[in-house]
Each structure stands twice: as structure tokens, then as C-alpha cells.
Design a protein around this ligand. Structure first.
Ligand SMILES: [Zn+2]
Length: 122
């Protein structure tokens, strides 16, 4: 009888020690931005953003960036007192609040951006 020792890769909650920039990237990814857009917004090279996003995936034990966003939501990393993006705008709405000015402005920019990026598909 053979018995495989169960690898315990998954299951344990990773200690989510993300840097402030990794959190920022994650929030922007959750809000629908690409690495390119994030790089521009943070005034960094795309390669730097890619490196950070690989790092944050590893820190969260995520298999993809989408998975990282999912895990971060579960850990409430994105729900903190943060304002000024699409996700935080949505968070206000989910809490039944009127979004603050910073979030409303960000939402406007987000929608405008959506319109320009989906223009070619229709
Ligand atoms: Zn807000």
C-alpha cells in the first residue's frame, strides 16, 4: 500500500504582509486597471509593477492576479478606509452610504476610462 504524504500547499492563510505599493497595485487591479495603466498612474516602469504584482501573488499564495484579488477581498485587505477608486466607490454603495467626493471623482474617471477602452469593441 502506497501512501502519499499530502502536500500542504493550500489551506493555511498566508500572512498577508503586502507593501503599501503592492496594496495600491492590488486595489487598482481590482478596479480594472492594467499593469500598463498602473505603471503610468504610479509613475513607475511596467516591469516594476509586474515584479510587485508577482510578489503580491506570492505573498497571498495566489495562483493568478484574479485569485489574488479574490483572496485579498476575503482577507478584507481592500476594504480598509480607502478612497478614490472604483472598488472603494462600490464599497460605499454596498455599505449603503453616499460615496464621498474622492470616490465619486474616481468613479467618474473610471467610467470615462471604460468608455474609451471599450470603444473599439462595439
Ligand atoms: Zn470614499
Amino acid at each position: 500500500m502506497t501512501r502519499h504524504t499530502a502536500s500542504r500547499a493550500a489551506g493555511t492563510a498566508p500572512t498577508a504582509a503586502l507593501s503599501e505599493r503592492q496594496l495600491e497595485i492590488l486595489r487598482r487591479v481590482a478596479a480594472g486597471q492594467t499593469h500598463q495603466q498602473i505603471a503610468r498612474a504610479l509613475d513607475r516602469a511596467v516591469i516594476t509593477i509586474r515584479k510587485d504584482s508577482t510578489g503580491l501573488r506570492a505573498a497571498l499564495g495566489a495562483r493568478s492576479l484574479a485569485h489574488a484579488v479574490h483572496l485579498a477581498h476575503g482577507l478584507r485587505l481592500l476594504d480598509r478606509e480607502r478612497h478614490g477608486d472604483h472598488a472603494s466607490y462600490e464599497a460605499h454603495r454596498r455599505r449603503g452610504e453616499t460615496p464621498c467626493g474622492k470616490c465619486r471623482a474616481a468613479e467618474r474617471a473610471y467610467r470615462q476610462n471604460l468608455r474609451t477602452t471599450t470603444k473599439e469593441t462595439r
